[in-house]
Write a protein that binds this ligand. Structure first.
Ligand code: NAP
Length: 313
């Protein structure tokens, strides 16, 4: 099946849905391809409190539903299908999908997102959103006056640990080596913060709790000793924030779109990639702040730039 579009958007997270809204409102024939379900990371986020205008106690899925409805109202189509291969160098650009469909597009917006790396220990998946988090900006508030453990030793882990001290009673950085990867200036700042404690040469072996996080087991990688750290009886729960890097969904674009050493797509501030007519938006881009609000802004810019590109053809 061959289909012709002005814009094909790959990925239906906040960046892709925002791009879809702006492209469809500009009367461009638009389709959003999504291999799983719409929403990306926020589809599994219990509460999105930091998106401007969020309704109180709005869940991630309800925000996604509103975004989907809004972009469909303006005429953007959505198709559940995975991109398998493509040719972005020709005009129109060609995109093949798992179902065997072939899409032709004047412009393409890549919004495939990124996912936080997981520790991979037992209990992590079950207690995600119930004490385990991958986003301090999103969830810090839920841990006010509680004890929190931050896993990782890079800039993100140390900076987010400091941010979490504004909410938590105490924040312990759990790092697998005896030296941090984070910049010295960031570590020096953390060392001055009396609420930050350190568990070096340590990895989280187990996260446990019945429906809510009740404790963790930490292994000293030098001695092999395992220490059980239960939540205090008064608190009944605690937090584990995991900051061990992200995996951008860009393997498909290897050798075609320019990426940094971590695999994030490099764009200019108008979301242009190295290929004319191909834009990138959201967490898949090399950027400083990965949030719903920055993803939707990227999507809007990418769609407007796609419109201008199409006009120039
Ligand atoms: P990162 O620099 O890749 O650091 C990841 C950290 O997680 C490392 O300390 C690593 O340990 C640890 N780690 C990785 N896998 C692990 C596992 N399975 N179990 C336990 N620990 C694990 O990631 P990031 O901190 O998110 O930073 C990403 C990029 O953004 C970096 O380039 C960073 O400089 C940049 N950034 C900059 C700023 C800033 O300039 N203010 C703020 C945030 C991020 P090892 O050290 O042992 O490998």
């Amino acid at each position: 099946m061959e289909q012709f579009y002005d814009v094909v958007i790959i990925g239906a997270g906040p960046a892709g849905l925002s791009a879809g809204l702006y492209a469809a409102r500009a009367k461009l024939k638009t389709v959003i391809l999504e291999k799983e379900k719409a929403g990306g990371q926020i589809a599994t986020t219990d509460e999105v409190a930091n998106y401007p205008g969020s309704i109180e106690h709005a869940t991630g899925p309800s925000l996604v539903e509103r975004m989907v409805n809004q972009c469909e109202e303006f005429g953007a189509e959505r198709v559940k299908d995975a991109v398998t291969r493509f040719d972005f160098e020709v005009n129109p650009k060609v995109i093949h999908t798992e179902s065997g469909a072939i899409y032709y597009a004047k412009s393409v917006i890549v919004a495939t997102g990124a996912t936080p790396k997981k520790i991979g220990c037992s209990g992590e998946a079950e207690l995600t959103g119930k004490g385990v988090s991958y986003c301090a900006t999103c969830d810090a508030d839920f841990f006010t006056d509680l004890e929190v453990f931050c896993v990782g030793g890079g800039d993100t882990a140390v900076e987010e640990a400091m941010y979490l001290t504004k909410f938590a009673r105490k924040v312990t950085l759990v790092h697998r080596r005896d030296e941090f990867r984070a910049a010295k200036s960031i570590i020096e700042k953390a060392k001055k913060n009396e609420k930050v404690d350190y568990l070096m040469n340590s990895v989280v072996e187990e996260i446990y709790g019945e429906g809510i996080l009740e404790g963790i087991k930490v292994k000293n990688v030098k001695t092999g000793e395992i220490t059980d750290i239960p939540a205090s009886e008064d608190d009944g729960t605690m937090g584990v924030f995991v900051f061990i890097g992200y995996d951008p969904a860009t393997s498909l674009f290897n050798g075609c779109l320019t990426m940094d050493t971590s695999g994030y797509l490099i764009t200019d501030d108008t979301m242009r990639t190295n290929i004319p007519g191909v834009f990138a938006a959201g967490d898949v881009r090399q950027k400083q702040l990965r949030q719903v609000v920055t993803a939707t802004a990227d999507g809007a810019i990418a769609a407007v730039m796609a419109e201008k590109y199409i006009e120039s053809l």
